[in-house]
Design a protein around this ligand. Sequence first.
Ligand code: PGA
Ligand code: ZN
Length: 426
Amino acid sequence: MKITDLIGYQVLDSRGKPTVAAAVTLEDGTTHTARVPSGASTGKHEALELRDGSSTHADKYFGGHSVNKAVENINTVISQHLIGEPIDLSLIDQKLEQLDPSANHGQLGANATLAVSLASAIAAAHAKGLSLARYFQPDGKLLLPMPMVNILSGGAHANRTLDFQDVLVVPCGANSFAEAISWVVAVRESAAKLGSQQGKVTNLVADEGGLGIAFPSIQEACNFVLSAIEEVGLSVGSQVSLALDVASTQFFKGERYQLNNPGREFTSDEFVHFILGLVTEFPIVSIEDPFAEDDWNAWQSFTGLAPSSLQILGDDLLTTNSARLDRSIATKAANAILIKANQNGLVTSTLEVLLRAHGAGFNTVVSARSGETEDSWLADLATGWRAGQIKVGSTHGAERNAKWNRLLELEKREDTEFARPFNGAG
Ligand code: PGA
Ligand code: ZN
């Protein structure tokens, strides 16, 4: 089946910031759309998100964030090359790669290339009469991912109420995706209740739907979430464990890790030991970006010292980039990779990074961004790619729940099994 039309246009993400949408129309008259997400704590090695800057007239009310240039690239050069072509995802991604051979997709904009690539994947699944998850895995049981869910938000998502960006829970003892989500909803409600009993502000939610409560230290924040878990009668460790996204690049300044709460700064070596202390003191199964995006030595020494069961997850470090992944495999820095399609810029090459990680024995966590849309393709990618884990934010906000709800739907409508990557944790 051929592509008969392709358009790009500007829409809004969950922060009210412009982002790119693409719509692919096929010969059978159906149209398939995708919208791209956008980060706030972005890594400097990510693919380039093309924004207009404040000089253009069309941007007047968007503070430089409008995406007219990226949209224009879809409506001119990309559509000229794709209209009339068969709906074949790998061929389309190859063409996009040829049209913009730059490593970071900076000429067309990774927001333009990814919107087209995603809309094409959705259209290609339709052309085969398959769900997007099934398109990537036509046979056998699909693997529903273990969710990693934000309870407390800090960092760039909550005005640094906490230095660390996320305190998350992992319902590692749940037997189905539906059970996993019911547990984390209960824990989030319990945390909100506990917070208001303690006189904290709990009706304000952060960018990813987590509670933006201020704490004097990360230890107090972890203890608070543990109390919330216990309060609903779930057992810490065997049923629900903790995970952290430190997003430490955000507070690595002048070669020092600078915490506001408590006001204290650490050299890399000192911070390695601080993080080791945390993962020893608390039932933490996964720690993301404990060290800055280019502090490779700290990553390497921590990975050598940490318990082998700990998931050490590179987000800003690895930016869904195969060269950076290769370096981390070779140097034994981290043992898991966060997979964000817009850090990479194309669906096919994002999948290649994930498969390469699996080949090296790395865990993979497919992830949303803090600026999200109502799209649910992420749930299908995580499932069809057998990622094993997914991170979407909290359970508040329709842009978050679109992904959880799609996973609940897949569990009902497809032949699936539920991933248990931390089976027996605690
Ligand atoms: P971002 O945050 O989308 O703002 O980059 C998500 C994360 O750090 O995992
Ligand atoms: Zn992160």
